[in-house]
Design a protein around this ligand. Structure first.
Ligand code: ADP
Length: 190
């Protein structure tokens, strides 16, 4: 069982690459952002709550996010591997994930961070806003807030898994195929 965290700032290409990797390795792709957007689309209570944070560029509270993630993992116990995309986003979520996996005698195999400069990220997200319909993509102020939250709350997760050598970095600028190749080589060498 391989459990990979695809890590990196908003707009770094996690979603695009996670989908490709899941397809290649026959792993399950779990994106907490996608799960929230599905809840919002279905107009559930969870979705409405999540929207009030997402629209401001804030993290959705841990109890909501961790509960939703746990449910998704429990529904899919019979898989060869998982690509976690957008989770964990703070150290408390990382601890909860480790606990959840430990209950199943599993662990995180590797965290892979896509490295992209801030200005490139902002441009990519504003470009994505033209087609994504995501309100959190359309406003530069909100994007800057998401990057700030990433630096303050999410970046420490990299150090959390670095302590025992499980954190890796991949340069996230280039063509989709180039970046996919870098990721594939790293995963095959694990
Ligand atoms: P991006 O990586 O481009 O920010 P995502 O789809 O991963 O896009 O996330 C969109 C938003 O959903 C985040 O800005 C945040 O508000 C919320 N979100 C996603 N994952 C989490 C999480 N693990 N914890 C808290 N909030 C989350």
């Amino acid at each position: 069982m391989t459990n990979i965290i695809l890590f990196g700032p908003p707009g770094s290409g996690k979603g695009t690459q996670a989908k490709k990797l899941a397809e290649k390795y026959h792993f399950l792709h779990i994106s907490t952002g996608d799960l929230f957007r599905a809840e919002i689309g279905n107009k559930t209570e969870l979705g409405q709550k999540a929207m009030s944070y997402i629209s401001k560029g804030l993290l959705v509270p841990d109890e909501i996010t961790i509960g939703m993630l746990r449910k998704k993992v429990e529904e899919n116990h019979d898989v060869e591997g998982v690509i976690f995309d957008g989770f964990p986003r703070n150290v408390l979520q990382a601890e909860a994930l480790d606990e959840l996996l430990a209950e199943r005698d599993q662990r995180i195999s590797a965290l892979i961070a896509l490295e992209v400069e801030d200005e490139e990220i902002i441009n990519r997200i504003l470009e994505r806003a033209k087609t994504s319909g995501r309100t959190d993509d359309a406003d530069e102020e909100i994007i800057r807030n998401r990057i700030k939250v990433y630096n303050e709350e999410t970046a420490p997760v990299f150090n959390y898994y670095r302590e025992d050598g499980r954190s890796h970095t991949v340069y996230g600028v280039g063509s989709i195929e180039e970046i996919f190749d870098r990721l594939r080589k790293l995963i095959d060498s694990l």
